[in-house]
Design a protein around this ligand. Structure first.
Ligand code: UDP
Length: 409
């Protein structure tokens, strides 16, 4: 069944103390002409992954501004998510064996969802490839459909993109997380940075006692250096590469490695990748591969806050929200220069970039031996996120987009 996601309320005034009254006033002013007008967000999972993470906070915040917004999750069986995971990897450039059956499965689920989702809002925002063929169900009239692409489309597998492009081209606009992620399209394109919510359970301040409890629960020693990567167990996040980098670091520094991740309901590969990770970790008592529940924001927050260094060694990446989350917590971050990561990590200013297992290990060693530089990177990183990647800015961006597309005939 397709489902509407119910969310808890977020008082807008809570943000004033953190961000100042001007930011909130600007939001209210932009929202005023859109009050009561309907918006529908559609994606393919309610929990797990960056898109669900953002919608979980963006939607209630928009409700506070009196927008008539709803979030619907499309339904799909295992066969659909196997296909869309293949598409996802292929759009990131991985090899893909085109099969007519896959395209049929994709279309059949989109058709089914066209019949079950409301699709009746004035502004419909469809997230990512999974539901992008819903555009076939666009009702006639004064509605506006935009496609929000969270992945890097710069080098897609040709067959998959050729299949999806005719759908994408029928939207009124497409939003990408970086100028480099986009493609030549006959529709307007907009730059939309993803964002984190500083007041969510994932990012809010935590009591030291709670952090200590979480470390104790997972048998992590707070007295020794903690290297952490939080990510779904996905090959593109390269958890095995993280273990290899840790092993190099371990020759020089006493440290522990935490690999923590849950799975997303639209990602069927998680269990297999976790097995690969456990095999690589062997019997090393200082590696913790933690399988988190799909929704464990306080645990993620605590693990990030307890870390000495946060790693994000992705081979391909959309934006990489985990990086913003770590920077917000003033953590020194070592991350791969892929996808949206270099937008967040300005090398040697807000963190350190790396391009290989050896490079990742080198940068970690550098930070472990220069804690004062590590602290400075964390401070700069926090400021960079505050200026560019917070949810309030993201909401403003949406409001301006809606106002812009609504003006078009
Ligand atoms: N996340 C989580 N639990 C996990 C793994 C990831 O809550 O076990 C969150 C993570 O904190 C971040 C999001 O899921 O907010 C992942 O977004 P990102 O853009 O880093 O990667 P994606 O999973 O979308 O590829």
């Amino acid at each position: 069944m397709s489902e509407a996601v119910a969310l808890s309320r977020i008082p807008l005034d809570d943000y004033t103390a953190l961000l100042g009254p001007a930011e909130i006033e600007e939001l209210r002013a932009l929202a005023k002409p859109l009050r009561g007008r309907s918006i529908e967000m559609i994606n393919s999972t309610a929990v797990g992954g960056g898109v669900a993470e953002i919608l979980n906070r963006l939607v209630p915040l928009a409700e506070e501004l009196e927008l008539n917004i709803k979030w619907d999750v499309m339904s799909g069986g295992e066969d659909f998510f196997d296909v869309t995971k293949g598409f996802h990897n292929a759009l990131h450039g991985a090899p893909y064996h085109t099969s007519a059956k896959d395209f049929e499965i994709f279309l059949a689920y989109n058709e089914h969802n066209r019949a079950t989702l409301p699709l009746d809002a004035e502004f419909v925002v469809v997230h990512d490839p999974q539901p992008c063929a819903l555009i076939d169900g666009r009702p006639p009239g004064a509605n506006h459909w935009v496609w929000r692409c969270h992945i890097d489309l710069s080098h897609p597998n040709r067959a998959v993109w050729d299949f999806l492009e005719p759908f994408v081209s029928r939207y009124d606009g497409a939003m990408f997380s970086s100028p480099e992620f986009s493609r030549q399209l006959p529709i307007p394109q907009y730059l939309f940075y993803p964002a984190i919510d500083p007041l969510s359970e994932k990012n809010c301040e935590l009591e030291p006692e709670f952090i200590a409890q979480v470390l104790a629960r997972y048998r992590i020693d707070p007295q020794r250096a903690i290297l952490t990567q939080i990510s779904r167990f996905d090959r593109l996040k390269d958890p095995v590469g993280v273990i290899r980098a840790y092993r190099i670091v371990k020759r020089y520094f006493d440290c522990q490695l935490v690999l923590a991740g849950g799975s997303a309901s639209d990602d069927p590969e998680g269990a297999i990748v976790l097995k690969e990770v456990l095999r690589e970790a062997g019997h090393d008592p200082d590696i913790r591969a933690i399988e988190l529940p799909a929704w464990a924001p306080l645990e993620v927050n605590a693990l990030q806050r307890a870390s000495t260094i946060v790693i994000q060694k992705s081979l391909r990446e959309g934006f990489g929200l985990t990086v913003s989350e770590a920077l917000w917590k003033k953590k020194p971050v070592v991350a791969s220069a892929v996808g949206g990561i270099p937008i967040q990590i300005i090398h040697r200013h807000t963190g350190l970039l790396a391009h290989s297992v050896e490079g990742t290990a080198y940068q970690i060693r550098y930070l472990l031996s220069h804690p004062e530089i590590a602290a400075k990177l964390g401070e700069h990183g926090h400021q960079h996120v505050k200026e560019n990647f917070l949810i309030t800015q993201k909401l403003k961006r949406y409001l301006t987009l809606f106002l812009t597309v609504a003006r078009k005939p």
